[in-house]
Design a protein around this ligand. Structure first.
Ligand code: FMN
Ligand code: SF4
Ligand code: SF4
Length: 261
């Protein structure tokens, strides 16, 4: 194995992109990035980070992981942002800053427009993005195989402001707004999909703030089979990637009976 692909995902977009890049490369391993992920990529020729854009930047857990990851100094390091709006903001600046803490440069940046998992998108635009993704992921695999070094610079004028708002957003307690209604059947799925280990089941109902590390990824809300979870901080349209099944995003194994959705 020469390429390690660390993938952070809430609703499956990044998982599909990471899997398709891995298939295009042929020698890659996809590892889900969550609270339990071991940060050891030593011995890999290439290391990629695939993650969604949050608040115009990188999810906080991914930044912390990159700061701690062990990698060889001569490894080729790339980052792939998926995003629901039009551009990745300061996502790549955040990756480069995190790598710089241990003296490593970001070699290549790639963006993939995907359906937005917060705001419901027009069906035509959502379908256009889903249809375009496999070719884009293959293009990225080819560029990684050729060790190309494309860079996607954020708008230099507004980058300092975006970094500031990104820092503010990451400092907030994100799980304050979650509630659960009487439709809940106590299936535990929300707890099993949480990358931050932030949900405890108490009397058959989810309780947030277990780890205090909520990433606002919306996996708990979007994968609930009863649509019983709500978020009062913003209106959230229901979405997960159509090719991804709930067991694909479990952070640990679970019995087969509750897998189908
Ligand atoms: C908390 C949160 C913040 C987001 N902020 C942005 C953003 O600033 N810009 C953007 O283009 N998309 C934003 N999105 C949309 C996601 O980046 C996009 O839908 C992504 O593909 C989701 O990936 P996933 O399915 O792997 O979780 C945000 C999503 C969430 C949940
Ligand atoms: S996923 Fe939904 S139904 Fe299942 S325990 Fe969580 S809130 Fe309840
Ligand atoms: S509590 Fe929900 S939104 Fe927060 S990290 Fe876990 S799954 Fe994501």
């Amino acid at each position: 194995m020469t390429t390690m692909l660390y993938c952070f995902t809430g609703t499956g977009n990044c998982l599909v992109v990471a899997r398709n890049i891995a298939a295009g490369l042929g020698d890659a391993r996809v590892v889900r990035l969550c609270a339990q992920t071991s940060p050891d990529a030593s011995g890999c020729d290439a290391i990629g980070f695939v993650a969604p854009v949050y608040h115009q930047g990188l999810p906080g857990m991914v930044a912390t992981f990159i700061e701690s990851v062990q990698l060889d100094a001569d490894a080729y390091v790339f980052a792939v942002a998926t995003y629901g709006d039009d551009n990745p903001g300061v996502f790549f600046d955040n990756v480069a800053d995190a790598l710089r803490t241990h003296g490593v440069a970001l070699d290549a940046c790639f963006g993939v427009p995907m359906p937005h998992n917060v705001h419901a998108m027009r069906a035509a635009e959502r379908d256009r993005r889903l249809a375009a993704e496999p070719a884009r992921s293959q293009q990225i695999a080819d560029a990684v195989a050729a060790r190309e070094r494309p860079h996607l610079a954020a708008n230099r004028l507004i980058a300092p402001l975006l970094k500031w708002t990104w820092r503010l957003a990451n400092g907030e307690v994100a799980d304050k707004g979650f509630t659960v209604d009487d439709g809940c059947i106590g299936c535990d799925i929300c707890a099993y999909v949480c990358p931050a280990d932030n949900i405890a089941m108490v009397d058959g109902r989810p309780q947030w703030a277990l780890s205090g590390g909520c990433q606002e990824c919306l996996a708990c809300l979007q994968w609930c089979p009863r649509d019983a979870i709500h978020y009062d901080r913003k209106h959230v349209g229901r979405y997960h990637h159509p090719q991804v099944k709930v067991h694909d995003v479990f952070v640990r194994p679970r019995v087969a009976a509750v897998h189908a959705r």
